[in-house]
Each structure stands twice: as structure tokens, then as C-alpha cells.
Ligand binder design. Structure first.
Ligand code: NAD
Length: 478
């Protein structure tokens, strides 16, 4: 690919109004697109200064092309490409943390949004509270240049308060339960450990609207970059691929203003709770179930997995029998139609969303995606055979060996501990009991629930004896 074929910005970049932490694939397919459309329709200084808290990849991909990138909609009828210009620049926090704090302290910045994955909040997934023993939190509380998202946000808010600058709104766009409340909780906890008066100010002045975000965005591969070059004639390593569908439900609390995201269809509501439960349980719950069971059955992508009628049947049964009975009615949504649309989205052959990718970080994801649903069913005296099968599949997966005996590349902050627990036990019962004892994932009440432990153990045994395909078939057809 010749160097001159690189995508470049046409015209000036917009003036910044947003700092975004975590400029990964999802941000590019979602926040950046909505903001681009809002500025195109309504104007406004809402350019985005993106901050990577980890690797320089996003900067190295985006900045040689002036921050612009291609957003590729993977429709079943073929790809559609748009160039997105809302990203103004990218800073890499470990290289220059002071520049990041300065960017966030700029009075022009009115929103700090986040897609930093579950891990970025440095919280205890089972309780949602700040992990005071997290190495980055310990480091940041000692003072000096921050490393963690809470550390950066609190330092920038402290400087704004000292300078008499109004605070920014903190907008979590990660898939977490009550993401606004969770972000508020960890930031306030962090601030209180630093300075009680600062914490009081944040509590009174800073808004943390909750959001529900949805657009399937698989990680971009080199083959995707090559395909785009063939299609459009430009080389864009920052490109992002995503499904046509998108949904953004946002609590409308932006005292310092916001872009006209409704232009792109964002729904503004007073509470996002019911939408979020619908999405976490219906979409993310079945996505994780398909990821572990599909991976064990040898399927590489979600589309391949639901191409197997029994796995599609697994989703339908899970929704009908175990998930929808626990989901409150969100305003303006038709729940059975929402689930039927989900299955069509999963089937989109243009989306190569890998089971392995969705399977990542299960210890962080399981509590909100599957275990809340389990708990609500158990409290109502309902059985959870399908959810227990999904949990058992996660347990098989983190054991680190697939059904053909090949090793699994398990990516999870607890991977070593989970594997060691599995390796130390000889029987399925022993392994399930050991994993149920991991308090980061299962709280004591759930782990001690006999009906749940029995169902998970039976499913785990079934996976070992008969394999994932047979167990899914038995559930879907049973
Ligand atoms: P990605 O791997 O492309 O990007 C992740 C971003 O988070 C990167 O910028 C990375 O540097 C940052 N990050 C990772 N660990 C971190 C940590 N410990 N502290 C601070 N920053 C950290 O992933 P993505 O697809 O962009 O997904 C990001 C988040 O977006 C997900 O965790 C999820 O909550 C949300 N989301 C993703 C999708 C999707 O389909 N990909 C859909 C809905 C929501």
C-alpha cells in the first residue's frame, strides 16, 4: 500500500468540548459517530480529545491521519463506509500524564466520557465498590502523576475546583450495571480517600448520567484494513467495523451542555435502569452464553454459533423461560420483538464477532450479565437450567483446555487463579465448588444456594461427559 493512500483529514478539526478515555473500537463505532452527526447537523464545539490510558496504538493509528477514520457499517447486503472527523487528537496517558490532566482541566471541556472496559473502573465486580487495594489506585492515592481513570478524573476535578472552573459531566459508556452510579461511586470513594472537601464538592456539583449503549463492534483485524483499502482505495489502520444497529439511551443530566446526539437517534430519558437491564440480560447474557458454549463447541464467531439451530434455540429458550421473566418493561420497548431482532443481529454473516473475544474477562462480566438474572429467578423459585449451563461453560472455559484437549488462551484478570483452582481439583464437583468460592464473581448467598450449585455441577458434568453441542441440544429441545 503506497504511503500517499493513507486517509487524511479534509478541512479543519472541530474545536474540542469532550475528553474521551478509552478510544478503542467501540468508541470509534459509537460515541465518535453520534458526535460527528450531531456536529454536522447542529454545529457546536464538541470535538473529542481522546485519551488512551494504556497503549499508544490508538494514537499511532489515528494521528498520522489527523484523527479521522473510517466507520464501516457491515450490513448483510454489503459494507457502507463513512469518514468520521469528530476526534481532534489522541493523548497517551503513560507517556505524558500531565498533558492529560491539563486537557481535562480545560474549561472548554464539558464532558468526560469513558469506554475503558470493566477493568478500567478499578472496582470489585461483585459489589461495584472501588478496590482500594488495586495497584493503580494505591499508586494514585499516594499523589504524583495519575495512572487510573478515577485518579485522572479526580485530579482534573480538583484542579477545576481550585481554578473556579465548572466541572465536566462524567459519562460512562461501558457495559456495566448502573454505569453512571458505578462511576460516581468509585470516583467519590477515591476522592474521599484524598480530600473530604473535594469529595463533597464532587458529590454536589458533578453529574454522572447513566447510559445504555449498544452496537456490536468486533475488534478490527488486518484483513478488515486490507478489505477497506480494496473497497475505498485508502489505507486506514484506525478503521472500525460495526453492525448497522445502534441504540444509545442516556439520562439527560448535562448541566454544562451536550451535543445534539438525538440527531443520530439517541434516546434521552430520566432513568436508564429498565433499558439497561433489558440489554445486559437479553443481549449480553446470551452473548456470553453463546461465547462460552459456542467456543467449546468449536465455533469461531457468534454468527456461526447461531447458524446452528440448537444454539439459536438456546437463545430463544433462555429469553423466554429464564431472562424475560426477570426484565422490567422499559419505556417504549417491545421485549419479545427486541429479542427477535437480537437473533437477527447475531445472524448477520458480515459481523465476525469472535466467541473468544466475547469470552474475555468473564470474571468481570458474569455478575451483571448472568448472575443477576440467576438470582432473580431463584428468589421467585424458578429453575435456571440454561443459565446454569452457561455458567458451567464459563467454568469449563477458564479451566484452560477445550473439548479436543487443546489449550484455550484465556484472557481474564483472574485467569491464573481460576486455572489454578481448576487444576487443584480432581472431580467436576470439586472444580465447581472451588470456582463458586471465588467471591469476586459469586457472592456468598449465590454460591451457597443449593439449587444453583446442583444445577451448575450437573451442567459442568454434562459438558465434560457429552460436550457443549450435546448439552445445548438437550436444553434447546428438552
Ligand atoms: P477495545 O479493546 O477496542 O478498547 C478498549 C479501550 O479500553 C482501549 O482504549 C484500552 O486502552 C482501554 N482499557 C483497557 N483496559 C483498561 C484499563 N484497565 N484501564 C483503562 N483503560 C483500559 O474494546 P472496545 O470494543 O472498544 O470495548 C470497550 C468497552 O466498550 C467494552 O468494555 C464495553 O463496556 C463497551 N462496549 C463494547 C461493545 C462492542 O461491541 N465492542 C458494545 C457495547 C459496549
Amino acid at each position: 500500500m503506497p504511503a500517499e493512500a493513507r486517509l487524511t483529514r479534509d478541512g479543519p478539526a472541530p474545536a474540542p468540548g469532550i475528553v474521551h478515555l478509552g478510544p478503542g473500537a467501540f468508541f470509534r463505532a459509537f460515541n465518535a459517530v453520534y458526535t460527528d452527526e450531531a456536529m454536522a447537523a447542529e454545529g457546536g464545539a464538541w470535538g473529542i480529545r481522546a485519551i488512551s490510558l494504556r497503549s499508544p496504538d490508538a494514537r499511532d493509528q489515528l494521528m498520522p491521519q489527523g484523527g479521522v477514520f473510517s466507520s464501516v457499517t457491515l450490513a448483510p447486503e454489503g459494507p457502507q463506509v463513512r469518514v468520521i472527523g469528530s476526534v481532534v487528537d489522541v493523548l497517551v496517558a503513560p507517556e505524558d500524564p500531565e498533558a492529560v490532566v491539563e486537557a481535562m482541566s480545560d474549561p472548554a471541556i464539558r464532558i468526560v466520557s469513558l469506554t475503558i472496559t470493566e477493568k478500567g473502573y478499578c472496582h470489585e465486580p461483585a459489589t461495584g465498590t472501588l478496590r482500594a487495594d488495586h495497584p493503580d489506585i494505591l499508586h494514585d492515592l499516594e499523589g504524583g502523576a495519575p495512572r487510573s481513570a478515577p485518579g485522572f478524573i479526580v485530579e482534573a476535578l480538583a484542579r477545576r475546583r481550585a481554578a473556579g472552573t465548572a466541572p465536566f459531566t462524567v459519562l460512562s459508556c461501558d457495559n456495566l450495571p448502573s454505569n453512571g452510579r458505578l462511576a460516581r461511586g468509585v470516583i467519590l470513594d477515591f476522592a474521599r480517600r484524598r480530600d473530604a472537601a473535594l469529595a463533597d464538592w464532587i458529590e454536589a456539583e458533578v453529574r454522572f448520567p447513566g447510559t445504555m449503549v449498544d452496537r456490536i463492534t468486533p475488534a478490527t483485524t488486518e484483513a478488515d484494513v486490507d478489505r477497506l483499502a480494496e473497497l475505498k482505495g485508502w489505507h486506514d489502520p484506525a478503521c472500525v467495523q460495526h453492525e448497522p444497529f445502534r441504540q444509545w439511551v442516556i439520562e439527560d443530566e448535562f448541566p454544562a451542555g451536550r451535543p445534539a446526539w438525538e440527531v443520530g437517534g439517541a434516546q434521552f430519558v430520566t432513568s436508564v435502569d429498565a433499558h439497561e437491564t433489558m440489554k445486559l440480560r437479553c443481549l449480553n447474557g446470551t452473548h456470553s452464553s453463546l461465547a462460552y458454549l459456542g467456543y467449546l463447541a468449536g465455533y469461531e464467531t457468534i454468527a456461526e454459533t447461531v447458524g446452528d439451530a440448537d444454539f439459536a434455540g438456546l437463545c430463544e429458550r433462555l429469553w423466554g423461560r429464564e431472562i424475560l421473566p426477570t426484565v422490567p418493561q422499559p419505556e417504549g420497548e417491545d421485549l419479545p420483538a427486541y429479542c427477535a431482532a437480537l437473533l437477527e443481529r447475531y445472524r448477520n454473516p458480515a459481523i465476525r464477532h469472535r466467541t473468544w473475544q466475547i469470552a474475555m474477562d468473564g470474571s468481570q462480566k458474569l455478575p451483571q450479565r448472568l448472575l443477576g438474572t440467576v438470582r432473580d429467578n431463584l428468589a421467585e423459585g424458578r429453575e435456571v437450567p440454561g443459565l446454569a449451563l452457561a455458567v458451567a461453560a464459563w467454568m469449563r472455559y477458564v479451566g484452560g483446555t477445550d473439548e479436543s484437549g487443546a489449550p484455550i488462551d484465556v484472557r481474564d484478570p483472574l485467569a491464573d487463579r481460576l486455572k489454578a483452582l481448576c487444576d487443584a481439583k480432581e472431580t467436576p464437583e470439586g472444580r465447581v465448588a472451588a470456582l463458586l468460592g471465588v467471591r469476586d464473581v459469586f457472592d456468598a448467598e449465590l454460591a451457597d444456594n443449593e439449587a444453583f450449585a446442583t444445577a451448575v455441577t450437573a451442567a459442568y458434568r454434562g459438558l465434560e461427559d457429552f460436550g457443549a453441542r450435546a448439552m445445548v441440544q438437550a436444553y434447546a429441545r428438552g
